[in-house]
Design a protein around this ligand. Structure first.
Ligand code: PLP
Length: 352
């Protein structure tokens, strides 16, 4: 019953033209066009990707071609293009696939002058990746739920991982597919670290009985919760607050046993054809004003990695959440990531 909706990368220029934004080269003044082009691969929510592309283009005159895809999908695209790289920078998405890309020499070493403004966890990611991936935000995994739907069905909201296996959640839970979604991989790695691998997979197999769909993107399940299509999602809790703030009857909980988290990352790709522009984007994305954009332009609620960028109002406070000591070095390793996803495909994704 594995279900992934078809991949739909969005070329920013095409989208902008469709929206009448007129951001193609022809619309730029000659001086701006002379600043060159940036091919941006983006793995945060589309609204944030668009805001980053528009603001960077406005600030620098560099024309941005943006393609938005999930973290796992982007890693697969970068691997497929390794002989003929098309992307320059990969912005956002969970940290593990950025580490895998670094290990596979699909990204390149870069030290930004703006590293001095970053939180220690962002630089830990940079050091662990051999200076190829830097942290741009962080966020914790948890349960999102539709309070009205659960009340109507008299289902008590989940508080612990153990609750999700109870029959009251049969057909009520949605999560993403780890082949395309970095979020889903963080969830698997979290369970393996919390329970041990055998028990973690035993849990995932039992959980399958309560899952109604494996979505393509990590944010699909919480959006389905907001629309009332499913009662519960496994996703990043900051995204549950985004839906609540948009007026949907959504709330969230972080698992009582503890939970995992992501260090959303950024990498310059090996073979980047527009290296000067790529470095400019990378430096820009680490500045305080650029990091404020996640919230101010697109209502996103991750924890920013620039120390001067404030935690957005209502954003989950990671220091108050019981977090596992997520072993990014181990679970970001390409072979470990591949092994766990293949095991999930064999033992969970293939179940009827
Ligand atoms: N969107 C948001 C808001 C995120 O925080 C993340 C994680 O980095 C993603 C998207 C990544 O999505 P996916 O799980 O589809 O790779």
């Amino acid at each position: 019953m594995t279900r992934i909706s078809p991949m739909r990368p969005i070329a920013f220029a095409t989208l902008a033209a469709g929206l009448g934004l007129g951001l193609g080269v022809a619309a730029l003044p000659a001086t701006a066009a002379a600043q060159g082009t940036l091919n941006l691969y983006c793995s945060v929510q589309i609204e944030w990707c668009q805001a980053a592309a528009t603001n960077f283009q406005r600030d620098t005159g560099i024309r941005v071609n943006m393609t938005q895809r999930g973290s796992g999908e982007t890693l697969a695209a970068i691997r497929a293009e390794s002989q003929n790289p098309r992307g320059d920078v990969w912005f956002g998405g969970t940290g593990d696939p950025h580490l895998a890309a670094a290990e596979e020499n699909l990204s390149q070493v870069y030290e930004s002058p703006n590293n001095v403004h970053l939180q220690p966890w962002a630089l830990t990611q940079w050091n662990q990746s051999g200076k190829r991936a830097v942290g741009v935000y962080a966020g914790a995994v948890g349960f999102g739920f539709n309070t009205e739907l659960l009340a109507r069905k008299t289902i008590a909201a989940p508080a612990c991982w153990a609750d999700l296996l109870e029959p009251r959640f049969k057909g009520e839970i949605q999560v993403a597919n780890p082949n395309s979604s970095g979020t889903a991989y963080v969830i698997i790695a979290t369970l393996v670290q919390l329970m041990g691998e055998e028990q973690g997979f035993d849990y995932l197999k039992k959980l399958h009985a309560n899952i109604n769909a494996y979505a393509r993107s990590g944010t699909g399940p919480i959006k389905a919760v907001a629309r009332g299509e499913t009662g519960v999602s496994l996703s990043f809790v900051h995204d549950a607050v985004v839906e609540k703030n948009a007026g949907f009857p959504v709330s969230y909980a972080t698992p009582c046993e503890g939970t995992g988290y992501e260090i959303g990352s950024m990498s310059i790709l090996r073979g980047a054809r527009n290296l000067t522009q790529a470095r400019r984007f990378y430096d820009w994305a680490l500045t305080e004003p650029a990091q404020r954009l996640g919230y101010e332009a697109s209502k996103q609620l991750q924890t920013p990695s620039n120390k001067n960028a404030p935690l957005p109002p209502d954003a989950p406070d990671l220091s108050k959440i019981k977090l596992v000591e997520y072993d990014f070095a181990k679970y970001g390793r390409a072979a470990e990531r591949r092994r766990l996803i293949e095991r999930w495909d064999r033992e969970v994704g293939s179940l009827p």
